[in-house]
Design a protein around this ligand. Structure first.
Ligand code: SAH
Ligand code: F3S
Length: 478
């Protein structure tokens, strides 16, 4: 179990590549850090630049343009990018004409300061300004500074068809919302990704249609907070109250969007991420129960099991409300997997608060989780108003307790699959051996089994014979 959120199938911090377009003659090297949203944003940027004559390359040394899509969520994520920029500096000595751009959350957070602090950087572009990259490149070529970090009320890139990077041809991301209005006191995202807005359901369904036409089999609907999805003709979520009566009456929420997508594309598997407990409705659970093709898996971050902590984190629910939601999931969707995000050592966290986290984990019996030590982020309410007072060694100890408990819970879950037959969508070779396939079952467990006559993209039944705490191991059965 890792303490860092990593994207399994889509590599972090490696060159992202796509098919070659004959007419394109410029070379783009793009590297991605952070969440799935960032990955999908890199696909949007690659699409915008493909129209400008750029093909992706794996080799930074040959690139005309080097882009790094960054993450600010914890200090470590930012330090990793700073280190990478040193490497870019070295490459620039071999390839002096290459231009370097910083995208994503660090760009938004640091703005023009980036140009001063990192001499290698030529352009700085925030998450809502990617359409402006061609203009910014023209500015750079004329020797001017190029920074656009304007956050938008309505940008969803709904009309941009992302080019699929490092694709397995089976699973793809489709963004449905951008930004976040929640203002959790520890979190930098509302500042770097702006206010929440939803994308037109028609453009979402069209993108899914394009993926279905290309034989994709699984789609993950993405947003910081997908359950808060609300389309009422465009505009910020917070302005919904001001919308006309007709707009309100015809609005589409997340449960309806899921139902529409699952009904229109019965052969496509659907996943979604991330769900915020405060916004997850019973209707969403019923939509999941109704449709076989909506995977039985919910990523449901809680951050802490203590009501004191939830309150000062500004999470909009209590421990009891969260437990009731879990009870509803168990009742409405039997066999549904649930995963968590947890932060240990937040400001003022006592030993008792920590015990509350451990006992909540025991109650939920999470399938897996992403666990972090609190990292203070500049500009957040916690940084301004609260003291980061849990010593590092205590954070470390609590983190390892949480990770160890999760590992034990995960092992219990995977062991329960032994002897069962599960349906698996094959994504590609297993990491360890090209004699084995790796795919996922509906609960999002990685399943590894020896190849017989299957192909990538096939759904197969696998009988589970063995497991680790993260992987099911078995054999295909007819
Ligand atoms: N939208 C998601 C969270 C997105 S950020 C939600 O609904 O909760 C992904 C995860 O990073 C968070 O769930 C949290 O566990 C972690 N995180 C965010 N800010 C952090 C910080 N300052 N220190 C440590 N972990 C943090
Ligand atoms: Fe961050 Fe909370 Fe939104 S964790 S992304 S402010 S839901």
């Amino acid at each position: 179990m890792s303490t860092e959120k990593v994207i399994d199938a889509k590599k972090q911090g490696n060159a992202l590549i796509t098919e070659h377009k004959e007419e394109n003659n410029k070379k783009l090297y793009i590297e991605n850090y952070g969440c799935q949203m960032n990955f999908n944003d890199s696909e949007i940027v690659a699409s915008i630049l493909s129209e400008q004559g750029y093909n992706t390359t794996e080799h930074m040394e040959d690139a005309d343009l080097v882009l790094v899509n960054t993450c600010s969520i914890r200090e470590k994520a930012e330090l990793t990018v700073r280190k990478r920029l040193e490497k870019f500096n070295a490459v620039k000595k071999i390839n002096p004409t290459m231009k370097v751009g910083v995208l994503g959350c660090m760009a938004e957070r640091l703005k023009a300061k980036f140009l001063e602090e990192e001499k290698i950087v030529d352009l700085v572009v925030g998450p809502d300004a990617y359409r402006d990259i061609p203009n910014l490149l023209a500015e750079v070529n004329e020797g001017r500074d190029a920074v656009n970090v304007i956050l938008s009320k309505d940008e969803t890139y709904g009309d941009v068809s992302p080019v699929r990077l490092n694709t397995n041809g089976v699973s793809a991301f489709v963004s449905i919302t951008r930004g976040c209005d929640n203002m959790c006191t520890f979190c930098v995202v509302p500042f770097t990704r702006g206010r929440e807005r939803s994308r037109d359901p028609q453009s979402i369904l069209e993108e899914i249609q394009q993926l279905a036409d290309k034989n994709y089999k699984e789609i993950t609907l993405l947003g910081q907070n997908v359950d808060s999805y609300l389309w009422y003709g465009g505009g910020l979520k917070k302005d919904f109250k001001k919308a006309s009566e007709i707009a309100k009456a015809t609005a589409v929420d997340f449960a309806q969007l899921l139902d529409m997508a699952a009904t229109r594309f019965p052969k496509m598997r659907f996943r979604f991420s991330t769900s915020n407990p405060q916004d997850m409705s019973i209707d969403v659970l019923h939509a999941m129960a109704k449709h076989e093709n909506i995977c039985k898996y919910i990523h449901l971050p809680i951050q802490s099991g203590s009501d004191n902590m939830l309150k000062i984190m500004n999470r909009q629910h209590t421990r009891k409300e969260y437990m009731e939601l879990i009870d509803n999931v168990r009742e409405i969707i039997p066999g549904c997997a649930i995963s968590q995000d947890m932060i240990v050592g937040f400001c003022g966290e006592t030993e008792e608060d920590h015990q509350d986290t451990l006992s909540l984990m025991e109650y939920v019996k999470y399938d897996y989780g992403f666990m972090f030590a609190y990292s203070e982020r500049p500009g957040t309410l916690a940084e301004k108003k609260l003291e980061d007072d849990v010593p590092n060694d205590v954070k470390k100890r609590r983190l390892s307790e949480v990770i160890n408990l999760q590992r034990a819970l995960s092992l219990e879950k995977t062991q329960a699959f032994i002897g069962q037959k599960v349906e698996v969508l094959i994504e590609g070779n297993s990491k360890k051996s090209d004699q084995h396939w790796m795919g996922r079952n509906t609960q999002n467990y990685a399943v590894v089994f020896p190849k017989t006559d299957e192909q990538v993209g096939d759904f197969v039944m696998v009988e589970i014979e063995d497991c680790t705490s993260a992987t099911l191991i078995g054999k295909a059965v007819k």
